[in-house]
Design a protein around this ligand. Structure first.
Ligand code: C2O
Ligand code: CU
Ligand code: CU
Length: 420
């Protein structure tokens, strides 16, 4: 009953029978082994989105492993170097497997927990449901693939629609937001509350209030905020998503209990997250590459006329599907090379661009320096945006770089960067 208690149930594909799948809580710097048993009727992999791990554990079919066949299992073993908010999802037949419910949160805990009263995770996902409750067919519709992708009609928070979050006045919450949608971009606003952003994509930033009070989350992106619950006992405050003009909706409510406010913490200053061990790129010696994002409806490529039905391209080349063996890398980077990528969105559409195996520092957007020391593994480009990001190519392997709107990825907005 994804859509609400009075609606028919939905058959999903799920990890351990739950949507979202179990929240995996790992410890920074401690090895973990996770065995995946495939009980689907098709091959799958699991990708640990945002975790800097060896290529053999990255879960990209063809590039880092063969898909796990039905009835088979595979053990992923890695040591997460960074604390923060991550997530996991398949990288095989991604549109359907993610769109039918294979997704979950992956939290890497700091060795010293920060001082908050509660640590909450909201996995937000988007579904296209039919009136009988089933997931609508039609994944990979070429028209949608050339536009904003498969946006659904039902948004769930931790697997349920019409939720409320019971809170107590005076408490301080760390809230981890994960956008696990196929295509839906979100702009969240908290009525009556002032969130402080402390991390993007798991990586700590300088604490700050979001621009315009709104948290912009493209597919696959995460934001950690600290929220001081200073509302009145007994009242409700709505959390809205108003990204799409005229289509705003209430994601959830903060429902304050009637208990009197708890006294503010004595250590009332904002807790700061310890830094992660990210290699700092050396901008003076960095190599620079421009990656042009091309295609989509209203481009010369025309929705469906390109080679192999490619709709999108990066620098004129379209890689299709989920990744496969023998994809020639677009760029080869020397191990430990500092690299600046300029992502140039020549299209009329939004793209959350994601790089595997690394986190990058977001330097500039449209020539303007990006404040608050912002790192990430996914960066959202508005139509015609140019974003410069920098990283050290410290992780050998063939790494996917793709749009995380799944329809865009599988229809050409994907490439491979090789780190030798
Ligand atoms: Cu979230 Cu290629 O991945
Ligand atoms: Cu990834
Ligand atoms: Cu895209």
């Amino acid at each position: 009953m994804l859509a609400g208690a009075d609606r028919p149930p939905t058959d999903v594909w799920a990890y351990d029978g739950k949507v979202p799948g179990p929240t995996l809580r790992l410890r920074q710097g401690e090895p973990v082994r996770i065995t995946v048993m495939n009980q689907l009727e098709q091959g799958t992999t699991v990708h640990w989105h945002g975790i800097r791990l060896p290529i053999a554990m990255d879960g990209v079919p063809g590039i880092s492993q063969a898909p796990i066949a039905p009835g088979q299992s595979f053990t992923y073993a890695f040591t997460p170097p960074d604390a923060g908010t991550f997530w996991y999802h398949p990288h095989a037949n991604s549109l359907q497997q993610l769109g039918r419910g294979l997704l979950g949160a992956l939290i890497v805990e700091e060795s010293e927990p920060i001082a908050v009263d509660r640590d909450l995770t909201w996995v937000v996902s988007d579904w296209r449901l039919q009136p009988d409750g089933t997931v609508a067919p039609g994944f990979g519709n070429p028209m949608e693939a050339a536009m904003s992708g498969r946006i659904g009609n039902t948004v769930t928070l931790n697997g349920a629609a019409e939720t409320e979050q019971v809170v107590r006045s005076g408490e301080r919450i760390r809230l981890r937001l994960i956008n696990a949608s196929l295509a839906r971009i979100m702009a969240l606003r908290f009525e009556g509350h002032s969130p402080t952003v402390v991390a993007f994509d798991g990586q700590p930033c300088e604490p700050h209030s979001p621009e315009g009070g709104q948290l912009l989350l493209g597919p696959a992106m995460r934001i950690d905020v600290i929220l001081d619950m200073l509302g009145e006992p007994g009242r409700r405050y709505v959390v809205t998503d108003d990204f799409y003009d005229g289509l705003s909706y209430a994601l959830t409510d903060f429902a304050y209990s009637k208990e009197p406010a708890i006294a503010r913490r004595t250590d009332a200053s904002l807790p700061t997250l310890p830094p992660n061990p990210l290699p700092e790129p050396d901008l003076a010696s960095a190599v620079r590459h421009e990656l042009k994002l091309q295609g989509g409806m209203m481009s010369g490529m025309g929705g469906m006329s390109g080679i192999n039905h490619a709709t999108w391209a990066i620098n004129g080349t379209s890689m299709m599907g989920d990744g496969h063996a023998g994809m020639p890398p677009l760029l080869t980077l020397k191990h430990m090379q500092s690299t600046v990528l300029s992502l140039v969105n020549e299209t009329a559409w939004w793209h959350p661009m994601h790089l595997h195996g690394h986190s990058f520092k977001i330097l500039r957007r449209n020539g303007v320096a990006v404040p608050f020391r912002q790192w990430g593994d996914t960066v959202l480009l508005a139509p015609k945006d140019t974003v410069d990001c920098a990283f050290v190519a410290d992780n050998p392997g063939d790494w996917m770089l793709h749009c995380h709107v799944m329809d865009h990825q599988v229809s050409g907005l994907m490439t491979v960067l090789r780190v030798s």
